[in-house]
Write a protein that binds this ligand. Structure first.
Ligand code: ATP
Length: 520
């Protein structure tokens, strides 16, 4: 038996990892298999749009949130945090415009009882030799045009129509005319006649507060955390010794009755937001602040391990902005289902504070010593969903690698290349052998010591190579193996790195230094 930890088989470095987009199913399966995420209320068949985070998932999510809080609030001199209530006075949501305007266009299919978002449902006329012969429809996907084109060709074949089919021109269902709607097939049944015209559907969940159940008791679960920062602006200014420009941040649950929750945790009905309102002088160069925050968010995503190649920026076109918004830029991530919004950074003017001043009658203006003027500050809002970051880091970190040993035999390993900042387990402590007291005692002592500061895992079951692979699959950056040299010689142990699979000897002090630098 070898004195020290045996080299892992196969030992050769992994082939240059080719980055391919993993399918969403692969990620969902891993989440289920390893206890990252479960369907909510699974024993009752699940509940669409709701999810539970399991033992590893809750650690990963908490790490993302804690990193954000440390970097956004604790490590900055100009941002403070709050935690406001989830259910606020209903007048908040009237003033903010959510009661009247927080709607999605809803389309019902009367036959299947399915519901669609009109802005995610597309249709096209089937034009043969210049005349319209019918309509086809498709739900938004990475290749909506391709899907509509294929549907148009199938339609022409099925109806045995002769002639030349024109390329389809996709339109959003929101643009369908009253004459077109009855002719557009439902994506649920493939038959026309069952789709209703779009109607505004408010996405806020309603509840009743108090014993009386009448109109006056209606309240809402918040659809965003941002209004908490606006409503608490005055008390923070009055008590917090803050000076412009400064930010108020909050992390917490938000709720939206999404018509079509989909893409796993990307769009769910209960989710967590990490938002910050950065208040600036009314005459400040808002574009410069906006740019700075876009850069900050971009850099922060990199700091938790998202590769720049998977990120991009999207500037909302001026004509699609809400009337009060001056500019919105989204940081987009390449998810398996397409490039989608991860983080929105909006310049919102002073609309929200102004609305609350008007509705509550409580002045929100602050006094500027320099100009001796009162004004309502303007705001830059970076708003991101923790769950969307969670999904992005899993997609970016997931790899199946083919590795070849020195004899040429190949093997596949699944590895999550998570940043040590957010990995659910930082170190796994492994005694080389389970039945040698000297090894397990030393390993457990190290494990207990590490546990004071870090999330660590102790595993003595199975061959060492298999134990390494189990850790690879959950993204543990390092394993340390306690062997006979550890207890008989200098106390050093084998440190095995997840990504390179390289092994080296390291002392306990060096291990703590390594962790201190990597987990911040
Ligand atoms: P979308 O257009 O995707 O519905 P949005 O523009 O309405 O999103 P915001 O209101 O700007 O989103 O919310 C801020 C952030 O909250 C988003 O960038 C996203 O990360 C997250 N978020 C919004 N809706 C959901 C949801 N249903 N599930 C998970 N995260 C969400």
């Amino acid at each position: 038996m070898s004195e020290t930890s045996p080299a892992e088989k196969p030992t050769a470095a992994p082939a240059a990892p080719e980055k391919k987009t993993e399918s969403l199913e692969t990620i969902v399966a891993l989440c289920k298999r390893r206890g990252f995420i479960f369907a909510s209320s699974d024993i009752y068949g699940g509940f669409n749009g709701f999810f539970d985070y399991g033992p590893l998932g809750v650690e990963l999510k908490r790490n993302i949130r804690d990193c954000w809080w440390r970097d956004m609030v604790q490590r900055r001199d100009d941002v403070v945090g709050i935690e406001s209530s989830i259910i606020m006075h209903p007048k908040v949501w009237q003033a903010s415009g959510h009661v009247d305007g927080f709607t999605d266009p809803l389309v019902d299919c009367k036959t299947s009882k399915q519901r669609f978002r009109a802005d995610q449902l597309f249709f096209a006329a089937v034009v043969v030799d210049g005349s319209v012969r019918g309509y086809v429809s498709a739900l938004e996907s990475e290749d909506t045009s391709g899907a509509l084109q294929a549907a148009a060709e199938a339609f022409k074949r099925k109806q045995a129509i002769q002639g030349t089919l024109a390329p389809v021109e996709p339109r959003e269902f929101t643009e369908a005319t009253a004459e077109q709607i009855p002719q557009i097939p439902s994506p649920a049944t493939g038959e026309p006649g069952s789709l209703t015209p779009p109607r505004a559907f408010n996405m806020m969940f309603e509840t009743q507060v108090g014993a009386l159940r009448d109109g006056s008791s209606v309240a809402y679960l918040r659809p965003e955390t941002a209004q908490g920062m606006f409503v608490d602006f005055k008390p923070v200014v009055d008590t917090g010794r803050v000076k412009l420009p400064f930010g108020i941040a909050q992390v917490g649950k938000s709720f939206r009755n999404e018509i079509t929750p989909r893409n796993f945790i990307f769009r769910s009905r209960e989710f967590e937001q990490m938002e910050m309102e950065y208040f600036i002088h009314e005459d400040a160069d808002w574009q410069a602040h906006h740019r700075e925050w876009i850069q900050w968010c971009w850099d922060w995503l990199k700091s938790i391990g998202l590769p720049e190649a998977e990120l991009s920026l999207y500037d909302h076109p001026k004509e699609k902005l809400s009337f009060y918004s001056r500019g919105t830029t989204d940081i987009m991530f390449r998810y398996p289902f397409g490039v989608q919004e991860l983080w929105g950074i909006a310049a919102r003017g002073n609309y929200d504070l102004g609305q609350h001043e008007q509705a509550s009658g409580v002045p929100q203006a602050i006094f500027d010593e320099a100009t001796k003027k009162k004004f309502i500050p303007h705001v830059i809002e970076p708003a991101v969903g923790t769950d969307r970051i969670f999904l992005a880091v899993l997609c970016a970190a997931y790899a199946e690698e083919t590795i070849t040993d020195e004899k040429g035999a190949t093997d596949t390993r699944t590895v999550l290349r998570l940043s040590p900042r957010i990995a659910p387990v930082k170190v796994a402590v492994l005694p080389l052998l389970k039945n040698k007291d000297a090894l397990t005692t030393r390993a457990k002592a190290l494990y207990k010591k590490l546990q004071h500061r870090y999330a660590v895992f102790y595993d003595e079951a199975g061959a060492i190579g298999r134990r390494y692979r189990r850790q690879d699959e959950i993204g543990t950056p390092w394993c340390v193996t306690i062997d006979f040299d550890t207890v008989e010689k200098d106390g050093s142990f084998t440190l095995r790195e997840r990504d390179s699979m390289q092994q080296r000897r390291i002392s306990e002090a060096e291990l703590f230094t390594l962790l201190d630098e990597a987990v911040y």
